[in-house]
Design a protein around this ligand. Structure first.
Ligand code: CAA
Length: 257
């Protein structure tokens, strides 16, 4: 049983994972990251789960890596840090991951947001990479993913100046997909998850992979990947069902085949 997470099944095909270290504003210590990586790995393996929502508390999505734990690690400890593998595993989650963010999303918290595919932010959310104030730099993808998400000038301002931005600014910059009233953040994220959970799972998985390739690949390679994925889906029962349902004017019943 995870002790730093609350895991719920609020709807068919949907998992809701709530970060739960209230005494430290959900600071991401090794135990929490290990539990989160394990939970996501289990969700990836479970064909019944089609989408995952991750959230924190009203005050904090997550206030970053656990600074007290960081204080205990010397250079050798950092080179041999088990958290690196946990972060890689979280970032490699293959199904749709939707972040519902209220309050502080700082440091590793902001980096966790950037591992998500869709981000619903409460209007009270604040996003920042304040590591520079500790004499370090972001260590879980913050420099790379933030620049790709918001562009160079704002990423530089946030990482070099340690400045946080509010939800509206994050929306305008492309860091989040939607802003809601703070009390509706999780509800809205679950609506999005339920809608995705009803789609054809293989198409969802490949569409996520293809979109992520756009960040890593040149256009010609990305277009080739998209064409392969499109061709692959032509052989699925769900494609036949989707087209037949359209022609018969009824909702499709996708089975993941
Ligand atoms: N690590 C460990 N404990 C933390 C924490 C963190 N990142 N953030 C908050 N806490 C703890 C506080 O120490 C405090 O504990 P005590 O009650 O035992 O003193 C408790 O959570 C509540 O925090 P505050 O009293 O500070 O709450 P506040 O409302 O006054 O301030 C805050 C909120 C502005 C978020 C402030 O807590 C803060 O600045 N936190 C640190 C943010 C930060 O620097 N994050 C980056 C970490 S490094 C990193 O993430 C590296 C990476 O890339 C992976």
């Amino acid at each position: 049983m995870p002790s730093n997470l609350i895991v719920q099944a609020p709807a068919d095909g949907v998992r809701l994972i709530t970060l739960h270290r209230p005494q430290a504003l959900n600071a991401l210590n090794t135990a929490l990251l290990e539990e989160l990586a394990a939970e996501l790995h289990a969700a990836d393996q479970d064909p019944q789960i089609r989408a995952v929502v991750i959230t924190g508390s009203r005050k904090a999505f997550a206030a970053g890596a656990d600074i007290n734990e960081m204080a205990e690690r010397d250079l050798v400890g950092i080179l041999d840090d088990p958290r690196v593998a946990h972060w890689q595993s979280i970032a490699g989650f293959g199904k749709p991951l939707i972040a519902a963010v209220n309050g502080f999303a700082l440091g590793g918290g902001c980096e966790l947001v950037m591992c998500a595919d869709i981000v619903i932010a409460g209007s009270d959310a604040r996003f920042g990479q304040p590591e520079i104030n500790l004499g370090i730099l972001p260590g879980a993808g913050g420099t790379q993913r933030l620049l790709r998400a918001v562009g160079k000038p704002l990423a530089m301002q946030m990482v070099l100046g340690g400045e946080a931005i509010d939800a509206r600014h994050a929306l305008q910059a492309g860091l989040v997909s939607e802003v809601t009233e703070p009390e509706l953040t999780v509800e809205r994220a679950l609506q999005v998850a339920v809608a995705i959970a009803a789609k054809a799972p293989l198409a969802v998985r490949l569409a996520k992979e293809a979109l992520l390739k756009a960040q890593d690949m040149d256009l010609a390679s990305g277009l080739r990947f998209e064409r392969h994925a499109f061709t692959l889906l032509a052989g699925t029962a769900d494609r036949n069902e989707g087209i037949r349902a359209f022609q018969e004017k009824r909702p499709a019943r996708f089975q993941g085949l």
